[in-house]
Design a protein around this ligand. Structure first.
Ligand SMILES: Nc1ncnc2c1ncn2[C@@H]1O[C@H](COP(=O)(O)OP(=O)(O)O)[C@@H](O)[C@H]1O
Ligand SMILES: [Mg+2]
Length: 400
C-alpha cells in the first residue's frame, strides 16, 4: 500500500475545470488519473446502451476504451449515491492507495460538475454471479482446481484489506457479483463504493447497513454492528456458493432447501457434506478438500462473531497450512430473524446460549418485487427498525 502524502497526481490530457477549493482537494489525490467528462463520453460512445454492462446499487456500469487504448469499466454513480465532492474524493484517495493482485484496479475518476464516475480496469470474464452462478452460458468450466484458486485469491484479497491496509478496510459488500475474473480466472474483489475506513479505535458503525441480504451477518443486519467479522461471514457464504455452484438463496427449490447455508449446516450435522458439492464437477474433485472448504465456510458464518476465524487464518486453512477446527456450532441464520421463513410456519431453532439475543420486534422487511427472477442470490429487501437508537436501511439491489 502506498502512503497518500508521497503520491503525485497523474494528469490526463486536459484537466477538468473545478472551483479553487476543489482544485485543492484534487491536488491531494494521487496515483490516479482525473478524467474529463468529455473524455469518458468519447470512451463509451456517449454512454450508449450498447456499452452498458450492468447496473448495481450505485448506478450503471459501462464498458469503454480509454484514449491510451486500455479497456475500462466506468461506474457512473447515480444521483442518490452521488456524494459531495469532498466525500467522493476522500473515498477515491482510499481506493487508489490500495493495490493487490486480488483487488480490482482503479484507474481514475471524473468529478466534473455533478458527474461522479469511477474508472476501473475492465475484467473480461465478468463476475462469479454471472459465470459460476449464472445461467450456465458463460462457457467457463470451473474445475475444482480453478475454484480452489478463486477461493484462495478472494481470501487473500480480503485478508489484505482487513489486516495489511492501515487503518483496515471493511468491504461491507462481499458477494458473487463483486468478484470479477481476469483472463486467467484470477479473482479480483471489486466495488469499494461502500468500503470505508474504520478508525482504529472504533469497532463498529451502526448508522447504515449496506450489503446484500443473503450475505449479511446477522449482527450487522440486525444491530448495525459492522466489523471485519461481517465481511468474514459474507466470505463464508460465498465460499459455500463456490463449492456448491449454488446461489445462497434459490426460490425454485422446495422451501426447506432454499437457503444454502442452512442446507450445508444440515448436511454437516448428518455427516453428508459431500452431497452438497457441485454436481457439474462430475466427481472430478478432492472430496476431502471440498468438505474442508464447506467446514471453513461454516466456521466463517458462526453466529457468534468471535468464533469466526480471521481472514489470514482462513487463507492458511484453505491452503492446508493449518487445521480446520472440527468444533463447529450452528451458523447465524438471518432468515430466522427476518421472517423469511414465515411461510414455513416454523419457530426459529436457537441455541440456548443465544436466547438473550435481541429480536427485532418492531421491524419489518419487504422484498423487492423488481427483479421478477426466481433464482435470486441477492434478494432485495429493506429493513427498518423502530428501536430508538437504530434506524438503518439496507440498500438494494440488483436482479442479475
Ligand atoms: N471492472 C469491471 N469489469 C467488468 N465488468 C464489471 C466491472 N465492474 C462491474 N462490472 C459489471 O457491472 C455489473 C454491475 O456492477 P455494480 O454496479 O458494482 O453492481 P453489483 O456489484 O451489485 O452487480 C457487475 O455485476 C459486473 O457484471
Ligand atoms: Mg459491484
Amino acid at each position: 500500500m502506498t502512503c497518500f502524502s508521497s503520491l503525485c497526481i497523474k494528469k490526463t490530457a486536459s484537466r477538468p475545470k473545478h472551483a479553487p477549493e476543489v482544485d485543492d482537494e484534487v491536488s491531494g489525490i494521487s496515483n490516479i488519473s482525473m478524467y474529463t467528462y468529455k473524455e469518458l463520453q468519447m470512451a463509451t460512445a456517449s454512454f450508449s446502451a450498447d456499452n452498458k454492462v450492468g447496473e448495481g446499487g450505485f448506478g450503471s456500469v459501462y464498458k469503454g476504451v480509454l484514449k491510451d487504448g486500455r479497456l475500462a469499466a466506468l461506474k457512473v454513480l447515480s444521483a442518490e449515491s452521488r456524494q459531495g465532492l469532498r466525500e467522493f474524493l476522500t473515498e477515491i484517495k482510499v481506493i487508489a492507495s490500495v493495490e493487490h493482485d486480488n483487488l480490482v484496479k482503479l484507474y481514475g475518476c471524473c468529478a466534473e460538475g455533478k458527474h461522479r464516475i469511477l474508472v476501473y480496469g475492465y475484467l473480461e470474464k465478468n463476475s462469479l454471479a454471472q459465470t459460476l452462478l449464472g445461467d450456465g452460458h458463460s462457457g467457463i468450466q470451473f474445475s475444482w482446481f480453478t475454484r480452489r484458486k478463486i477461493c484462495i485469491g478472494i481470501a487473500q484479497g480480503l485478508a489484505f484489506l482487513h489486516e495489511e491496509v492501515k487503518p483496515h478496510i471493511v468491504h461491507r459488500d462481499i458477494k458473487a457479483s463483486n468478484i470479477l475474473l481476469d483472463n486467467n480466472l484470477t479473482p479480483k474483489i471489486s466495488d469499494f463504493g461502500l468500503a470505508k475506513l474504520l478508525p482504529p479505535n472504533l469497532t463498529h458503525i451502526s448508522t447504515r447497513v449496506a450489503g446484500t441480504a443473503g450475505y449479511l451477518a446477522p449482527e450487522y443486519a440486525i444491530r448495525g454492528q459492522l466489523t471485519r467479522k461481517a465481511d468474514i461471514y459474507s466470505f463464508g457464504v460465498l465460499l459455500l456458493e463456490i463449492v456448491s455452484g449454488r446461489p445462497n438463496t434459490n426460490r425454485r427449490l422446495p422451501l426447506n432447501e432454499q437457503y444454502l447455508l442452512e442446507r450445508v449446516w444440515e448436511c454437516h450435522e448428518h455427516g453428508k457434506l459431500e452431497t452438497m458439492v457441485d454436481a457439474s464437477l462430475n466427481g472430478d474433485y478432492d472430496v476431502e478438500e471440498a468438505c474442508r472448504y464447506f467446514k471453513i465456510g461454516l466456521l466463517c458464518t458462526q453466529d457468534v462473531p468471535k468464533l469466526r476465524p480471521s481472514m489470514s487464518v482462513v487463507v492458511k486453512m484453505l491452503k492446508h497450512e493449518t487445521n480446520v477446527n472440527d468444533k463447529i456450532s450452528r451458523p447465524g441464520l438471518l432468515s430466522e430473524f427476518m421472517g423469511l421463513k414465515n411461510e414455513r410456519d416454523e419457530k426459529p431453532k436457537r441455541d440456548k446460549n443465544q436466547e438473550d439475543k435481541p429480536m427485532l420486534k418492531n421491524s419489518f422487511y419487504t422484498e423487492s418485487s423488481g427483479s421478477g427472477k426466481v433464482d435470486d442470490s441477492s434478494s432485495s429487501f429493506r429493513l427498518v427498525t423502530s428501536h430508538a437508537t437504530m434506524t438503518f436501511n439496507s440498500i438494494y439491489d440488483r436482479s442479475n
